[in-house]
Structures are given as C-alpha cells and as structure tokens.
Design a protein around this ligand. Structure first.
Ligand code: ATP
Ligand code: MG
Length: 446
C-alpha cells in the first residue's frame, strides 16, 4: 500500500509580507503526517486569483491523486478570493448553497443582527460539485472538491483563522480523509529522545560510530533537531518491522544517551523534573540573578508544581544576594558575583527558603547574559549554576559558557539548571562527567 501524498497551500498577502507567521502550514503538516500522509509540498501564495491558481496547479501536480489542503481567503470581504480562484481553476461556476445561507442568517440573528451583512452572501457560494462542511466555530464553511476529470486531487478549502481551520480539520477533514484514503500504510515508527546539555556535534560524534556498528543501524533514520533547549533526536524507520528496528537501535544507544536524555515526544524538562521531585518528596527554592525568575516561571508553569516549589528570590543586585540569600559579602568582593562561591552560596540560601526537613533542594544561577558586561575572564555567556541538597547544605557549582543572544543565554542557563535537578533526582552529579559532555555543555547547540 503506497503512502498517499499531500500538499498544503496557505493563502494570504499577510503571510508573504511577513506580518503573520504561517502557523497553519506547520499545524497541518503535523496533522497530515500523523494521519499517514507524506507531505510533499508546502506553498504559500498571495490573495490574487492568478497567484492562487498557479500555486494550486503546482500543488496538484506534486500530489496527483492525493490531497491538497488550502487555508485562508474564504472570508466575506473582497480581499478573500480563494473560492473564486478555485472555481476558475476547475472551470466550474460558483453556485449558491442555500443551507449555508440559512446557517449564516441564523448565526447573525443569534448575535442580534436583523439582517445578514450583504458581503456575507459570498460565503454561501460554492464551486459547483463542491461539498460543504459547516464551520463548528465560525461562519465560513470548509469546502471539499472531489477529484474531477483532469483534476485527480481532492481539495479541501479551510478558513485561515487557526482555531476554525483546526476545528474543521478535526471534525470534517480527518473523517473524510479516512473514507477517501482508506488503505493507508501505518505511518513511520518514530521515537523522539530529548536531550539537554550536550552539543549536537558531540552527540553525533558519539552516536554515529555506535550506529554504524549496530546491526540494523543503517535502516533507522536519525535526525538532530537542535534548539536552545537542547537537541531533540528523532529516530525513525518505515516499512515491515519498523517499530522493532527503532526499539533495537534505542536499546543499542541507551547507555550513551542516558547522561543527557531526559524524556521523549512532547515532554518538557520542567514537567519531568517536577514529577521526579514529587515522587521523591523533594521541595525546592530558587535564587536567580541573570535569569530573573525564568527558572521559577518554568517550574510554576507545570500544574501541581506547588508540591515542589516553595519560592525563590530574584537576587539581581549584590545587596539582595546578601540580604535575601545570605551570600557572604566577602565572597562577592573577592570572587565577584559571577563565581563558584557565590553560585554555591545562592543555592544554599535558596535551599534555606524551604521550611522543615526532608529532601530540600536549592538552585542558584548567576551569570553574564550580555550583550554588555563581559570581561576577558568572564565573557558574555559565562554562567555559574549551583545546586544544593537534598540531604545537606553541600552545594555543587559548575560554570558554563553559553553561546547566543541574551535570551539564548538565559534560556540555556535555565535548561541546564533543570537538567542538573533532573540528574540529582537520579542520584547523579548535576552535570555528566563523561568525556567532554560537561565541557561542551555550552557548545554549538547544547
Ligand atoms: P474568515 O472566514 O474567518 O474570514 P478567511 O478564510 O477569510 O477566514 P483570512 O481572512 O485569510 O481567513 O485570515 C483570517 C485571519 O486568520 C488572518 O488575519 C490571520 O490572522 C489568520 N491566518 C490566516 N492564514 C493563516 C496562516 N496560514 N497561519 C496563521 N494564521 C493565519
Ligand atoms: Mg485573507
């Protein structure tokens, strides 16, 4: 059974002018891939009829008897021309669809309008032969054009507003795809491993020799997806036995990844950390300088994090590091605010925010996020992170040299602090010590 092909065409001058991000293409690409289609083509065009027709022809020639999803340009105003363009392209007239007109009238009546604003009559026009899928959350319906002589592709036209597009995809398009393309191959076997604290190139130099040596290593595809949060590894295989192949490869590299891997698929590191700390009954405090509360914000973004986080201090000025976290002024004077003794003292002070006894953990972050403020000894991107607890006050501090902008440095620091917490919940040092990982933690993409 062949995998059916799909193309996505997003329409709107705003997409080409850069003032709207094309989130529809991304969303649909994921949805169609998940539904067992191979997306061959992403296209965007302006609102002009000729441009839409040209893009449509290209999309259809790419997918043949597959499916083309079009979003945008179905609204009531004259700048929305998708309906006209599609009718022209297929060589069919637009015809009034009375049930849609009736729906529109009652929609507006419910909103206290006595009459349908005249421009809305356009929304009830359908290219002849098209099938109407009522919009569960808005006015413009979705339209489906089945294949016709000379036009082997199935078209779906959906409104551009993301919430409407998504509702229509789920409620109308997806069920129709299951009817129209019933014999789809199971989609590829995919396993995602999320890592932080190690650069992409370092991961590759560890993994690639091992993969080459493993039986079946060449039948599994590995993609590296780096971001400031770390590197996502995507292992995939297709065809017969795909699941088994991917599992065997993951088993074969598990020991290499264990020090830096913390989750899969849709996991977020803070969620994994909160869960692990809840399981151990640990509670924590944070002392943040250059990250200004971002660590606390990430943790409090997790539902149920009140069982883990007691609170924290944004200790930006030295005076606050002293007064609120108990950092020794002499340490600040002799080593500077961005130093191991200060990071350790901040972690201890953060731990002291946690009342009672039991597993109490503190994290301290102090660094130079830039763009100014760097020096030869402490260049921009230098961040010291301290972790204290859970059993006693003893704190461990490590230095990182994070690349990138101010935002990047701050986000990488938070990620590294969370990774350290995660490793602590496993009884490990906050930073892996195996060859090169700690040293390259701030490397090209870790
Ligand atoms: P409606 O029937 O609700 O008017 P429409 O089909 O006419 O929908 P557009 O007028 O093209 O849709 O777009 C409406 C809004 O939807 C735009 O202002 C934009 O914010 C958003 N939008 C359109 N296309 C996209 C896209 N590809 N990605 C993200 N947002 C989009
Ligand atoms: Mg538009």
């Amino acid at each position: 059974v062949a995998t059916p092909l799909a193309a996505i065409l997003t329409i709107g001058d705003e997409l080409l002018q850069g003032d709207r991000t094309d989130t529809n293409a991304r969303w649909l690409a994921e949805a169609l891939t998940g539904a067992g289609f191979r997306v061959t083509t992403l296209l965007s065009s302006g609102d002009a009829e000729g441009a839409i027709g040209g893009a449509l022809a290209r999309a259809e020639s790419d997918v043949g008897a597959g499916v083309v999803l079009v979003t945008g340009g179905l609204g009531p105003t004259l700048d929305d021309r998708t309906r006209e363009a599609v009718a022209l392209h297929r060589g069919v007239p637009l015809v009034l669809h009375p049930p849609t007109l009736a729906r529109l009238e009652s929609w507006f009546a419910q909103r206290g309008e006595r009459e349908l604003p005249p421009t809305n009559h356009r929304i009830a026009q359908v290219p002849r032969g098209g099938r109407v899928h009522p919009n569960p959350v808005g006015t413009a319906p979705g339209l489906e054009l089945p294949p016709a002589p000379g036009f082997p592709s199935t078209l779906f036209l959906l409104p551009g507003v993301p919430g409407e597009m998504q509702a229509l995809f789920r409620e109308a398009v997806r069920p129709r795809l299951d009817e129209a393309f019933p014999r789809r191959e199971a989609s590829d076997a995919v396993r995602v491993v999320r890592t932080s604290g190690v650069a992409e190139s370092r991961l590759a130099s560890m993994l690639e020799p091992r993969l080459a040596a493993l039986p079946g290593g060449d039948s599994v595809n590995l993609q590296y997806r780096p971001s400031v949060q770390g590197v996502e590894l995507r292992f995939s295989a297709s065809g017969e036995g795909a699941e088994e192949k991917v599992s065997a490869i993951l088993d074969g590299v598990g020991d290499l990844l264990a020090p830096v891997a913390w989750g899969g698929g849709a996991d977020a590191l803070e969620g994994v950390v909160v869960e692990a700390m809840v399981a151990r009954g640990w509670r924590m405090g944070v002392g943040e300088s250059c990250t200004g509360g971002l660590l606390a914000a990430r943790i409090t973004g997790v539902p149920g994090s009140s069982r883990v986080l007691e609170g924290g201090v944004v200790a930006y000025a030295n005076a606050v590091k002293e007064a609120a976290l108990g950092v020794d002024p002499r340490a600040l004077a002799s080593h500077g605010a961005v130093s191991a003794p200060v990071a350790r003292a901040m972690a201890r002070g953060a731990r002291a925010l946690v009342p009672g006894s039991g597993g109490r953990v503190g994290v301290g972050i102090t660094g130079v996020a830039g763009p100014g403020g760097g020096s030869p000894e402490k260049p921009v991107g230098t961040v010291w992170i301290g972790w204290a607890g859970p059993d006693d006050e003893v704190a461990d501090a490590r230095v990182f040299r994070f690349p990138g902008s101010r935002d990047d440095v701050r986000e990488r620091a938070v990620q590294q602090a969370l990774l350290g917490l995660f490793r602590r919940t496993r009884g490990q040092d906050p930073v892996p010590s195996w060859d090169g990982v700690g040293a390259s933690a701030g490397g090209d993409a870790g």
